[in-house]
Design a protein around this ligand. Structure first.
Ligand code: NAP
Length: 280
């Protein structure tokens, strides 16, 4: 078994990962940009594992090979680092954009290149993108671009995680107001789906009676159009039941229908609802 390296382990999700692995008795190396701050973070980690810190700057890819010189064999490599960049096209700060693009695309790739020979045969590489790649928000110009780039970098044995803007992570801890502002800019005025970050229309024909601010006839036509779209075959899944089957679906973005094609047999159903976020 090799060590665990978390690039960007001094805060947020990276720090949570570090805590997790130290609690599980693993030898963790985490990085930040400042040696003393990173060392302070490792000193605060509790558990049977060990932690040490190294300082590196992903926006300086030419320095990475030397900095990573004393990292040994690894079986977990997580690239989590990000530098927050609220950049819009209208007020484009290209220096910041260059830093973030270099950090996440060139820097991540260079770390993987340097460490590839030190990965054990069952090692995993985990890259962090973000749902901004498909759900841009004001100020996410560069973030959306680099997160799309992360999706493009993923190949065999590399995992990418794309946390969404509604993810329960420290960056959004000030949460409510920021999310409400994002929600107000969506078509529906609602927060996106908590896991995929995608916008969904919460529609169900027996419950939706009309569309505000248009005539009944126009509202009916809009709803019919949407219902027909939902029922398109390419979005449908039909389950062929076998004895012992258990089916779980995400009711926040799925409609279900029991096809009444079993007469004269009876249908015995055990149904369980799992609590989740309330659509807003
Ligand atoms: N939080 C969210 O809701 C969310 C949403 C979508 C995507 N994500 C993605 O998930 C990942 C983690 O997000 P987070 O919110 O946990 O991040 P975070 O709290 O801001 O932590 C960022 C980490 O990156 C390090 N870092 C910053 N600039 C660096 C640089 N130039 N070189 C090397 N390290 C650097 C920081 O270390 P120092 O400051 O000590 O240098 C810190 O350890 C990111 O890749 C982010 O894009 C997060």
């Amino acid at each position: 078994m090799g060590d665990v390296l978390i690039v960007g382990g001094t805060g947020g999700i990276g720090l949570e990962l570090a805590r997790h692995f130290v609690r599980r008795g693993r030898a963790v190396v985490l990085t930040g940009r400042q040696a003393d701050a990173a060392a302070k973070v490792t000193a605060g980690l509790d558990g049977p594992g060990t932690a040490r810190a190294i300082d590196l700057d992903l926006a300086e890819p030419g320095t990475l090979a030397a900095t990573l010189n004393d990292v040994g064999e690894l079986d977990r490599l997580a690239l989590v680092a990000v530098e927050r960049d609220r950049n819009t096209v209208a007020a484009y700060d290209h220096e910041r954009a260059n830093r973030l693009t270099t950090l996440k695309l060139v820097g991540y790739t260079e770390v993987v290149r340097v460490l590839a020979p030190r990965l054990t045969v069952d090692a995993s590489v985990l890259l962090f993108g973000g749902a901004a790649r498909e759900r841009p928000y004001p100020g996410s110009t560069t973030v959306s671009i680099v997160n799309a780039g992360i999706a493009g970098m993923v190949a065999a044995r590399v995992n990418a995680i794309h946390p969404g803007a509604v993810a329960d992570t420290p960056y959004w801890a000030d949460g409510g107001a920021l999310l409400d502002a994002i929600a107000q800019r969506t078509l529906t005025g609602r927060a996106p789906h908590p896991e995929t970050g995608r916008e969904a229309l919460y529609l169900a024909s027996p419950y939706v009676t009309h569309v505000n601010d248009v005539s009944r006839a126009e509202g009916r036509a809009i709803l019919d159009l949407l219902y027909r779209h939902i029922e398109t075959t390419e979005f449908s899944y039909r389950h062929q039941w076998r004895v012992g089957d258990l089916v779980v679906w995400d009711n926040r973005c799925t409609q279900h229908l029991a096809v009444a094609d079993y007469f004269p047999q009876e249908r015995l159903m055990h149904r369980m609802n799992i609590a989740g976020d309330r659509p807003r």
